[in-house]
Design a protein around this ligand. Structure first.
Ligand code: HEC
Length: 134
């Protein structure tokens, strides 16, 4: 019994840091979202009349609605789904000319969506750290 307890304690101690870093890898990270938005999303927005999209354009609640509805361009010039542009299929299609897409190629779609949405919420107009865009 004593040995078993000791074993459990050691195993837990060894596993905790691993769990922490696994969790950190899956946690929404606005910095990754910012890089992706700048180098993938706005790479295209810049082409289109040069207008970049910035988190500052909406309040947090509005961004939540926007991403939950998976809205995007309604003019018909681009894909109507913002998720499409966060996904691996799109990254795959531009990886030859877009370094950020190549770098994040393997990141699961849901994880990337978390990063990008976190960036928009963090920089929203009514947030503590409103962010106009680069
Ligand atoms: C292939 C080109 C392209 C890519 C890539 C792209 N977009 Fe867009 N996006 C557009 C176009 C075109 C519009 C419409 C611009 C306009 O209104 O004239 C737009 C508009 C938007 C708008 C403004 C819509 C509104 O109603 O205010 C947001 C927000 C947006 N995009 C977010 C994103 C995000 C986030 C990504 C990356 C995950 C992304 N876009 C990737 C082409 C793109």
């Amino acid at each position: 019994m004593k040995t078993l307890l000791k074993f459990t304690a050691i195993t837990l101690a060894a596993m905790l840091p691993l769990m922490d870093s696994a969790q950190a890898a899956n946690e929404a990270n606005w910095k990754i979202g910012r890089v992706y938005n700048r180098l993938v999303c706005n790479a295209c927005h810049r082409l289109d009349d040069g207008k970049v999209v910035s988190p500052y354009e909406r309040n947090k609640a509005d961004w939540q609605v926007y991403f939950a509805a998976d809205s995007h361009d309604t003019t018909g010039k681009a894909n109507p789904s913002a998720k499409y542009y966060m996904g691996t299929d799109y990254r795959e299609s531009i990886k030859a000319t877009n370094k950020a897409a190549a770098k994040f190629l393997k990141m699961p779609n849901a994880i990337m969506e978390g990063h990008v949405i976190e960036f928009y919420l963090r920089g929203a107009k009514d947030s503590d750290t409103p962010a106009r865009c680069q």
